[in-house]
Design a protein around this ligand. Structure first.
Ligand SMILES: Cc1cc2nc3c(=O)[nH]c(=O)nc-3n(C[C@H](O)[C@H](O)[C@H](O)COP(=O)(O)OP(=O)(O)OC[C@H]3O[C@@H](n4cnc5c(N)ncnc54)[C@H](O)[C@@H]3O)c2cc1C
Ligand code: SF4
Ligand code: SF4
Length: 414
């Protein structure tokens, strides 16, 4: 019987076509081999990355490759790539590890960001901007439209598949080494001090020593907990999100639409963000401890309730989690710091995290203690305030005029 090495398989499907008995099924990012396999071995030769192995094949315990860098960044999202870019620009040797085979894909984002938050870190570029927005409209369930569309701050709906990759390319241009399909699997620890990471990629296992590890590994972060930092999220601070990219709809291409109400999205909100050419990211987030149903079910009902959206066709489904907790009390420990979603640096009112991840990445050259202090004195303080506001207005009160005023400011629609 043939088995698949999941950390090597690129899910390309090349093996499926050569199997004479149809024993291989490619289910997006799972390759399944069923019992009809006759061990002919044809698939082994078809695989471009050596991800299949015959039964009885004993893999020799490869000696881990040892490397050394000044900085190892885990995760090539916006937070990780900007951290790597800035550290490399300072002349440090930097390794950026990304477990996915394609940086930026699949997208887990509604892709909205304010112009003024983006500008300090990267010049807006039409290659990764789908729409320029300048208006917002907030609609309350069972009530009239609350605002607008009102002229608000200028912002962008990004094309994150390209945006994330461009940031990683900038890191590489600055001198960082980037490795894709290479996952950090643990930390090298010495008397409680982080001395590097253990990683696994197509070439096998690696032990990478470094002076500082930057954990930028997103909402699913393990790097912080591996180092003893408590990043656990209570359910009330976790938003479960689902989104379709809908094509074939008509909306104002410069307006971001928000819908609030317990029936629409308990504890959260629904959004319609234009993506140009009759397309929009149409999604919602529900507070995980509030929803009787899955975010996807709420989304289906929301779209059905809006005739102008129901006319569209979904061409992409995005699902994901957003941490909406207060700032973590500790972002650093000896030899390690966390940035972005891994550090729970998302705005608790809006769920927006791209700008904070980038801003946190930009402080990576500072002494670790300075990073924590500066974050808490600046954007961290605002996030703590927004979390207090989220707590003050319980899920049932998030259609009150007072909360909606706060929310409108947070989404930039005033
Ligand atoms: C549905 C949805 C809608 C959203 N909409 C918006 C929005 O409109 N605007 C906004 O600002 N924010 C939005 N967000 C939040 C935003 O996507 C995140 O805050 C942002 O991506 C955080 O960036 P990051 O670099 O911290 O993490 P990520 O972008 O999540 O990147 C983390 C990277 O680390 C990699 N990784 C993880 N573990 C490992 C490992 N062990 N080894 C190697 N690599 C690893 C992952 O593959 C990933 O590429 C949304 C989120 C969701 C789920
Ligand atoms: S060994 Fe032969 S029968 Fe088995 S999965 Fe591969 S190609 Fe199919
Ligand atoms: S050919 Fe190799 S990489 Fe492609 S799906 Fe099959 S096992 Fe995975």
């Amino acid at each position: 019987m043939i088995t698949v090495k999941a950390d090597r398989c690129g899910y390309c499907g090349a093996c499926v076509g050569v199997c004479p008995v149809g024993a291989i099924e490619l289910a997006e990012t799972r390759l399944l081999i069923n019992e009809t396999c006759v061990d002919c071995g044809l698939c082994l030769a078809a695989c471009p990355v050596g991800a299949l192995q015959a039964e009885g094949y004993a893999e020799t315990d490869a000696v881990p490759v040892r490397r050394r860098y000044d900085v190892v960044v885990v995760g090539a999202g916006p937070g990780g790539s900007v951290s790597a870019r800035e550290a490399a620009r300072l002349g440090l040797s930097v390794l950026l590890l990304e477990k996915r085979q394609e940086i930026g894909s699949p997208v887990r984002c509604a892709e909205g960001i304010a112009h003024e938050l983006l500008l300090p870190f990267i010049e807006p570029d039409p290659r990764w901007i789908s729409a320029v927005v300048s208006k917002a409209q907030i609609t309350v369930e069972d009530a009239a439209t609350l605002t607008g569309p009102t002229e608000g701050r200028q912002g962008y709906i990004l094309e994150r598949r390209i945006f994330d990759r461009v940031l990683a390319e900038e890191a590489a241009k600055a001198g960082a080494q980037v490795m894709v399909k290479t996952a950090a699997t643990g930390l090298l620890l010495e008397n409680g001090v982080v001395r590097g990471v253990v990683a696994r990629g197509p070439a096998g296992a690696m032990e990478i020593e470094c002076a500082v590890v930057i954990g930028a590994d997103g909402v699913e972060s393990q790097v912080g907990p591996w180092a003893g930092l408590d990043t656990a999220l209570p359910l009330k601070d976790a938003m479960a999100c689902a989104q379709y990219l809908l094509a074939g709809i008509e909306i104002d291409p410069a307006c971001c639409y928000y819908y609030v109400g317990q029936g629409v999205a308990p504890g959260g909100y629904a959004w319609v963000f234009p993506k140009g050419e009759g397309k929009a990211n149409v999604g919602l987030g529900v507070q995980a401890d509030q929803s009787a149903d899955s975010a996807l079910s709420y989304l289906t009902r929301f779209i059905e309730s809006q005739p102008h959206l129901a006319r569209g066709s979904p061409v992409t489904l995005v699902v994901g989690g957003v941490p909406v907790s207060p700032p973590l009390p500790r972002l650093v420990t000896s030899g390690l710091m966390l940035v972005g979603d891994a550090a729970r640096q998302v705005d608790p009112l809006t769920g927006g995290g791209i700008a904070n991840a980038i801003a946190a990445g930009d402080t990576s050259a500072e002494a670790l203690a300075q990073y924590e202090k500066r974050w808490m004195a600046g954007r961290g303080r605002k996030m703590a305030r927004n979390h207090r506001l989220k707590e003050r207005f319980g899920p049932n009160q998030r259609t009150s005029p007072d909360f909606l005023r706060v929310f409108a400011v947070a989404v930039g629609g005033v």
